[in-house]
Design a protein. Sequence first.
Length: 175
Amino acid sequence: MDELSSTTGIVALAAGGLALIALLAVVFLVRALRRVRADQKVILGGSAPQDLVAHAAELDRGFGSLNDYVGDITARLDERLSTAETRLDGAVAYHGLVRYDAYNEMSGRQSTSIALLDSKGSGIVISSIHHRDQARLYAKQVVDGRAQLELSPEEEEAMRVALAGEVPDSPERRR
């Protein structure tokens, strides 16, 4: 015990205490380093070890490629949408149907006039006139809301119904 109370003993005890503290610090730092490496594997994707700057540069290149790809897809979709809109402008956008008794024979309103128009008001008006002995079909072209030939009142009504988006008067409402 005398050796521990001497200067050499006190220095040895202090050195042993410092060594123990250093050992505890090393154990703590090793654990912290393991956690950092585990987090780094999550961020870097578990690939071969690389520094964060190289990883950030790789991510930047990847995002640049993705941005270029999305830009190309967007341009193609815009082109397709433009083509579809052009096609839809020529499709039937408005329709109107009027039923009537063309010869006032009480035959059950078998005659019809239908207007089929695109978004610009162009298209056709078709009339089917039914009589007991015969049926006739007439078609008239419409350009920008104006008929190329004179329209009958029923055909004008079919156009008005088509452009207004209304349902024509039913037989019950006319009585």
